[in-house]
Every structure is written in C-alpha cells, then in structure tokens.
Ligand binder design. Structure first.
Ligand code: ADE
Ligand code: ZN
Length: 326
C-alpha cells in the first residue's frame, strides 16, 4: 500500500530490540541441528503455533528456551547478522540493541563468546550495510542484584564495546529499586542507563526507573498515561519512551492495536518512538510496527515522521550524526 511505501522510505532507528528476540525459527532449527540439540518442536509450523501468549511471562519462558541452542561465537554472529540484513532492507540506519548475558552465562556459555559474535556482526553491518550501532547489556530482573553485579564485573573487559545497561525480563514483583546499587555502579563505569518499566508494571515503576535508577530512556512506559505528574516529568525532561506496538498486542499489554497509547503520548508532547522488541516472536520488524500502528490509529504523515525523528533524537548518536539523519 501507499502507507507501507511511505514507511519503507523513512530512515529509521531501532532503539528497543532484544537480539535473542530476533531469533527466527528457521535459524533456530539450523543452529540446533549443527549443535546437536533437539528442539521440543518437530517443524517450523509447530514453533509458530507455540507463539501464542497471554502475558509477558508466557513469552519469556519460550524466549529463554529458544536461546538455549546458542552456544558458539558463530551462533551469536549468525543471529545478529540475520537481524541486521533484515532491517537493512527496511531502511533502518541505526540500531541500539539489547543482549541478555545472563541467559547464556547461566548455562555455561562464556560472556566473551556471546559478545564477540554479536560485536563481529555489528561491525560487519557498520561496514557493509552502513548501519551504525550501540550495544546495551540487559540485566535480568527476575535474578538477584548480586547476579547482576557479577555480570557487570564480567562485562568490564568489554567496556569499550558496551554502551549501556538495561533491565528486562519479568517486570511485576521485580521493581527497578531492586537494582539501585548495580545501576549506580554501572553508571560509575561509564555505562548509559535505560530500563524496561511500565510494560505490565505500574506507573510507580517508571518513577523508580527515573528517580532511583536515573535512566535516560524508558523501554515501553505504556502505563505512564495513568499519572499526570509523570507525564509532565517525561515531557519536561524529554525522557523518551521506546514503544513496541506489535509486542504490546502479542503480550496482551493492550487488547487491540486501536487501543495503543502512542497517539495520545504524541499529543501530550512525550518523546514517543516505535520499535520491534522481539520481532521473531511477535511477527513484525520495524516497518510492520510503524504500519500496524499508523493504520490502527490513523496517524498522520506528520505523526509518523515525528515518531522516526524522535527515534533519532532519543538515540545515543552524536548531535552531528543525528542531524545527518533527521
Ligand atoms: N525480554 C525480551 N523482551 C522483553 C519484554 N518485552 N519485556 C521484558 N523483557 C523482555
Ligand atoms: Zn523489550
């Protein structure tokens, strides 16, 4: 359609992408085979059949299971490279991607193996696809703060290639305040800070991410609209929200796309942006997220372009690079 053509043409930035969430079933089977691992599925169709979720936790259980087949540097390279070639075809110019070290180190895969494969692909993408990047390591919030500290420690030899830390996994019952000390220590190491908040959890968790963790962006943040003072804070301080519309529908954060809060957020002056979260699981990369949202909410061309501009504004690109893209 014309709308799809317009969206394809807009240069975009991806600020909310879990690399493990870009693991397409086809590649999962290929890597499982070469690593002699048997998946609990007998076909790609039966994998896709299993991707029906009622909430975040049901998704996470399947997402962590899928990541178990990743063992070698080449596996992490292939995962990352497949993602980059996909979004290159969608006119994505810059990626700030998450990886979850603990998902791998917990099962005996060395931090070095994980980050080397990811980094090699990101560098290749920069040279061959002209996609610039930043890398964010996420602490798993269902694990202890002590475990996150161990991960921080393990990351230090790779400080030059990690730009920031994030916080993801099961939100409810694991508030940002649980990670106050490790975020402080991460900032002291020079890492930038973001956190998932207000996806399933309440507006209070967004306040905690801002006031206790001192993050500069909020991943998701859907639930902010229940709190006028919080809206004012986000607007005044230009705190970006990295929204993920197809994820929100797939995980039943909203019941249907027509209910997505992004249009209201733009109206209120919040720096809202659109991203894909875990595209292999939710059935949409960047353009599909833009398209479904624009269609369901009847967004104007100005609003669609604003979302893309906000993405660059909220990125960690230099002022000069931002200017080049906007
Ligand atoms: N890890 C991967 N995707 C996630 C999401 N949408 N929320 C929390 N943790 C995640
Ligand atoms: Zn996410």
């Amino acid at each position: 359609t014309e709308l799809q053509r317009i969206i394809q043409g807009i240069p975009k930035t991806e600020l909310h992408l879990h690399l493990e969430g870009s693991f397409e079933p086809e590649l999962m089977f290929e890597i499982a085979n070469r690593n002699n691992i048997t998946l609990p599925y007998d076909s790609i169709e039966s994998v896709k059949e299993a991707y029906k979720f009622n909430n975040l936790q049901e998704f996470l259980d399947i997402y962590y299971a899928g990541a178990q087949v990743l063992l070698h540097e080449q596996d992490f390279f292939d995962l990352t490279w497949a993602y980059l070639t996909k979004v290159h075809s969608e006119n994505v110019k810059h990626v700030e991607g998450f990886f979850d070290p603990q998902t791998h180190t917990e099962r005996g895969v060395a931090f070095d193996v994980v980050i080397s494969g990811i980094h090699r692909a990101l560098e290749k993408g920069k040279k061959e696809l002209n996609i610039s990047y930043k890398l964010i390591m996420s602490y798993l919030r269902h694990l202890s703060e002590e475990d996150a500290f161990k991960t921080l420690e393990e990351s230090l030899p790779f400080k030059d290639i990690i730009d920031g830390v994030g916080l993801d996994s099961s939100e409810i019952g694991n508030p940002p305040s649980k990670f106050a000390k490790v975020f402080k220590a991460s900032a002291a190491q020079g890492y930038k800070l973001v956190a998932h908040a207000g996806e399933e959890g309440p507006a209070d968790y967004i306040w905690e991410a801002l006031d206790i963790l001192n993050v500069e962006r909020i991943d998701h943040g859907n639930r902010c609209l229940t709190d006028e003072a919080l809206i004012k804070r986000l607007v005044d301080d230009k705190i970006a929200l990295t929204l993920c519309p197809t994820s929100n529908v797939a995980l039943k954060v909203i019941q249907k796309m027509e209910e997505h809060p992004v249009a209201k957020m733009l109206d209120k002056g919040i720096v809202a942006t659109i991203h894909s979260d875990d595209p292999a699981y939710f059935g949409g990369y960047m353009n599909e997220n833009y398209y479904q949202t624009a269609k369901a909410l009847n967004l104007s061309l100005v609003q669609i372009e604003q979302l893309a501009i906000n993405g660059f504004e909220a990125s960690w690109l230099s002022a000069a690079s931002k200017e080049k893209h906007i």
